[in-house]
Design a protein around this ligand. Sequence first.
Ligand SMILES: CC/C=C\CC(=O)SCCNC(=O)CCNC(=O)[C@H](O)C(C)(C)COP(=O)(O)OP(=O)(O)OC[C@H]1O[C@@H](n2cnc3c(N)ncnc32)[C@H](O)[C@@H]1OP(=O)(O)O
Length: 719
Amino acid sequence: MAQYTRVSGSVGLITLQSPPVNALSAAMRQGIVDMMQRALSEPEVKSVVICGQNGIFCGGADIKEFGGQMSGPPLIPMIHAIEAASKPVVAAIEGIALGGGLELALGCHYRIAHSKARVGLPEVTLGLLPGAGGSQRLPRLIGVPAALDLITTGRHVTAAEALKFGLVDQITDHNTVNVAVKFAQRVADQPLDARRISTYPCLCPSDVAVLFEEVMQRVRRTARGAIAPIACVQAVRAAATLPYNQGMERERELMATLFTSGQARALQYFFFAQRAVGRWSMPSGARWDTSKPRPVHKAAVIGLGTMGRGITVALAQAGFSVVAVETQEKQLMEAKQAISGMLERGAKRRGVAPALDKINYGRNIQSVADVDLVIEAVFEDMALKKKVFQQLSAVCKPSTFLCSNTSGLDIDQLACQTRNPELVVGMHFFAPAHVMKLLEVVYGPKSSPLAVATAMQLGKKIGKVSVAVGNCRGFVGNRMLKPYLEQALFLLEEGATPEFVDQVLEEFGFAMGVFRMSDLSGLDVGWKVRMADGLAMPDPTTGQPTRLRQGRRYSPLGDLLCEQGRFGQKTGRGWYQYDKPGSQVAKPDPWLHSFLDEYRARHALVAHRIDHQEVLERCLYSMINEGFRILEDGIAAGPEDIDVIYVFGYSWPRHHGGPMFYAATVGLNKVLERLEHYYQAHPDVPSLQPCHLLRKLVASGRPPIQKWREVIKKVRSQL
Ligand SMILES: CC/C=C\CC(=O)SCCNC(=O)CCNC(=O)[C@H](O)C(C)(C)COP(=O)(O)OP(=O)(O)OC[C@H]1O[C@@H](n2cnc3c(N)ncnc32)[C@H](O)[C@@H]1OP(=O)(O)O
């Protein structure tokens, strides 16, 4: 775990050895304690260097240990002992020094970093704070404002930025360990008192109280109910206002609350869930580790509307050559201008040259003949998409992967239009496509593991979190959104207002409630889909909107708004009113309230008092129930896939872990019982009927989420 060698005669070199990231597990901590004692006890050793093997200093505490009983030497006394050592200790930082890894380095007397290293205190992203002295040492070393920034955001900084802050003493392009060993020899006899960060005064700006107030307000606004960022501010405030020992005591108290919190459990689950989705599998048995992707050098995007533009930018920014096709001259010119603007703004932000020369624009589909992969992003219309796939199949080389950015249409029907249906997959991006992290890679019954592996790898290369999912209407994300939206409309019919429903969902942690989100996305999008499905039509006998479709309850409220030209923000009216079209400030609309009253009267609906609990349970549990159906159907391989899709694609609050993790937290028996209750009250709403897998999980004794896959396997094998 920690290896000790003596180098250059007088330097004790402690190497952290625990792949993949040299995390500070119990065994590692024990190793460091033992090796430090050895280095301090050897009279020939005058100074010590701590480094990590394989070019990685340390990824912090071992997150896997957090759920269980902690054993081994605790981190805080270990770091104190290093700081108190009578011989200089130098941290040689290569790769990363994160969380407890950076806190360990802060306990050392000097820090030398490789120029490509990154450092940070990302504990907040795991629902924690830097609880091994980091919240007290960092502000003492780099000042309160910079420490607040790093600790409340958890962002990683480059070695150059760390040097500017004074977080590291030196950076090097050479072998960091060699440089650190030479440095350690040079400082061997120097006094250490001025190198112990815990003894530094915490230098604060004169308006420190104002600063804390401002930061606290910002953090509360952006935390969406997460408690760790607030505790991080409180811990740094303790560093600024209390002596070190008292500050450490405050850090300990705050950490104790966070450590056992449900939010920390959710965020730590989510950390591993993000990694689990990379290990995809298909019902055929094809897997990430047995399916090799084919390299993509040149890609094409067909259709340069909002989605096509974003996808083009994402590809070009990642260094791919892109052929961008739009058949209409005017739209092509507009798209070209918009894409260039997006690339220029992005490049300015990142301090790089814009990738304008990566894109070739064209109006003719023939221009994609030599590309390795095409992403079709034309209007969401099956007939149009089929035509494009037929053309692509005729034009492209036989090995070209043909992908569709459809948000829910049948991938198989598109694959059937081509010569090589095994090379067809869905690549469902989320708007704005160059910003949003999520990509659903959709495999149809004919898609080959090669095509899935290639799309997954492409997603990774353009910085997306890619999740492989099966082919069904709406795939995972939009399929689960349907019952959620449906419940929100039913709640309006029964007496709620859009403001109340949104308020409840925003208090839960969504960035936007369902109605504000619909206004932003545009109500006409769903309306067109419902019309194509024959849903948004009046009853042929009465000419009135009908509230029942094929025996199921249906709310025509959204259709009625669209008939009035209320498409949301873009028309200045939707579920809310806006000062002008395009404005983003949603205001309650008295017209909408009267409209709802009249609607209820027309349909003899008696408004009843709907409380917070009912909104949350009906919207979230119906969505979760659909999630269980998706697992049962094999559309998602595991609950982690669904949770990652919801956090990255639908602004589900990460500190609740994702809808499936949330269900486990609430208790599957409670979710089942409440669904049964609501289904009894609304027997014409099938999405409220608890699904078989949920019942099975409850009957199996509610296993932890990590064990669900075993039950899912059994349920699927019985189908
Ligand atoms: C008293 C409490 C004191 C301190 C608190 C802490 O220190 S909390 C931990 C703080 N550290 C972090 O948050 C770092 C988390 N890790 C990362 O951000 C990335 O993993 C990292 C280190 C930047 C590497 O990224 P990369 O993309 O190269 O690899 P990947 O993320 O896929 O990770 C590789 C495998 O390592 C596992 N892993 C990473 N960090 C930890 C960790 N701290 N503890 C346990 N395991 C860790 C990760 O799960 C991957 O495993 P795999 O089985 O391959 O999925």
